[in-house]
Design a protein around this ligand. Structure first.
Ligand code: UD1
Ligand code: CA
Length: 457
């Protein structure tokens, strides 16, 4: 049976006070609409139709993916009017599920149950009972039986006492839906075409109306203001933190922890406060992350230790950190940094598109870009690979057991043979042979009898 999903995302979001359309604001690194689309995609729908209006071009460009349909609603005359725009895209039979683009944390299991309850025949409505129902559409019942939804602005004082409200999520027989939408009018307090009016039509047509509730209120909270966005972000992060802690991850403080993507952890992982994990991050057994680290698109093998204030960003290429490697504090690993086992990267060291073999060390103030570094290499403080000639990038190859002194410039392309020593302060523009000391700097001289200038009187 066909399942069509309609996501309403045309509203302006005035209370965000932002030039960015509301549904493009981000929660845990993804736009509100992407969260809803992700949930929709997991339901195996035949069609997913997003209703855009305010900032339509920007919204469509931001979430564009194969198989997604967009329908524009111009102007925006209410939720009923929004769904009317999708009618030409809906199948003739089956179920239509309606979701809100600004309600990001709705769970797949909740909406799946609703779709099952509809079964292409019944009207299945997701409701919730709130302590304060102000502003919401109230569920008017006659005994157990749902009769109608009355919007807050149209409700009588008695109806305003009702605390069971419409979440805006519903699964409706598609054929019936089309008929009801065609009969909507805007004779109400807001002069809008209310989608919620179709409930009374269903009742009048003898279509059974069933209700379900979400597991938690968080699932149906919408975002209308920066405050609500921040509140949902914290709820989301708390849930992620709790799931990780239940799996054994030790978080110093679940309130100071953020995941914006997928974080996979082995056993005995420890994460100190104020860390952000973005994109795809994998932490092996016993990995320890110090305070104030940002880790994005990276794979850290067992026993790796990341000291505080380290920034790791693998972008598209990724970063990998070997077993027992030590990184930071204040280190920066960029795309293509591949650290072998027991590598040490110290403070103010930047590594980009470079491979460091087992036991290599760059402990202080250094840059390694487009380099291949052998085992046990010691790369001195202040040394850099000059990998960019202003037009092209070139590689530096450093053999096993090389010792690069402090403050050296290795001008790529260049090869330093295994076991070579590069004297401190050298600028190396030609290959250095294996096993030898290579020095390139002015010879040290001392001038006998030289006197310091003295100030003239
Ligand atoms: C709506 C419901 C109300 C429910 C509440 C839950 C109606 C008439 N009322 O009220 O019963 O309790 O949601 O949050 O449906 N939108 C469009 N086009 C429009 C108008 C709205 O796409 O012309 C979209 C908005 O972007 C938003 C959603 O529909 O994603 C809901 O609109 P909103 O104005 O927030 O509805 P409420 O008045 O809060
Ligand atoms: Ca409204």
């Amino acid at each position: 049976m066909a399942l069509d999903i309609v996501i309403m995302a045309a509203g302006k979001g005035t209370r965000m006070k932002s030039s960015l359309p509301k549904v493009l604001h981000k929660l845990a690194g993804r736009s509100l609409l992407q969260h809803v689309l992700g949930t929709a995609a997991s339901l195996g729908a035949t069609r997913i139709i997003t209703i855009t209006g305010h900032g339509a071009e920007q919204v469509e460009a931001a979430v564009q993916a194969p198989g997604l349909l967009f329908v524009r609603q111009m102007p925006q005359l209410g939720t009923g009017h929004a769904v009317q725009q999708a009618v030409p895209q809906l199948h003739d039979e089956g179920t239509t599920l309606i979701l809100n683009g600004d309600t990001p944390l709705i769970e797949a299991a909740t909406v799946r149950a609703l779709v099952d309850a509809c079964g292409g025949e019944r009207f299945a409505l997701l409701t919730i009972t709130l302590a304060d129902a102000t502003g919401y559409g109230r569920i008017v019942r006659d005994g157990e039986q749902v009769r109608a939804i009355v919007e807050h602005k149209d409700a009588t004082p008695e109806q305003r006492e009702i605390r069971e409200v419409n979440t805006g999520v519903m699964a409706v027989p598609t054929k019936r839906l089309k008929g009801w939408l065609a009969r909507l009018d805007n004779k109400n307090a807001q002069g809008e075409y209310y989608l919620t009016d179709i409930i009374a039509m269903a009742v009048a047509d003898g279509v059974p109306v069933v209700t379900a509730q979400p597991k938690s209120e968080t699932e149906v909270l919408g975002v209308n203001s920066p405050m609500q966005l921040a509140d949902l972000e914290r709820r989301y992060q708390r849930a992620r933190a709790e799931a990780l802690m239940e799996a054994g991850v030790r978080l110093a403080d679940p309130a100071r922890f953020d995941v914006r993507g997928s974080l996979t952890c082995g056993s005995d992982v420890e994460i100190d406060v104020n860390c952000i994990f973005d994109g795809e991050v994998e932490l092996g057994d016993g990995v320890r992350i110090g305070a104030n680290c940002v880790v994005r698109n990276a794979r850290l093998l067992a026993g790796a230790v990341i000291h505080p204030f380290t920034h790791i960003d693998g972008e598209a290429q990724g970063v990998s950190v070997g077993r027992g490697a030590l990184v930071g504090p204040f280190a920066r690993l960029r795309p293509g940094a591949q650290l072998g086992d027991e590598v040490h990267i110290g403070n103010f060291v930047e590594v980009k598109n470079s491979t460091l073999a087992k036991g290599a060390k760059a402990n202080h103030l250094a840059y390694l870009g487009d380099a291949t570094v052998g085992e046990r290499v010691n790369y001195g403080a202040g040394s850099i690979t000059a990998n960019y000639d202003g037009a092209n990038k070139h590689r530096t190859v450093i053999g096993d057991d090389v010792h690069v002194g402090s403050n050296c410039v290795l001008i790529a392309p260049v090869v330093i043979g295994a076991g070579a020593t590069i004297g401190g302060g050298s600028t190396i523009s030609k290959d250095a042979p294996a096993g030898q000391l290579t020095v390139s700097r002015a010879k040290q001289v001392s001038l006998e009898g030289w006197t310091r200038p003295v100030k003239k009187r």
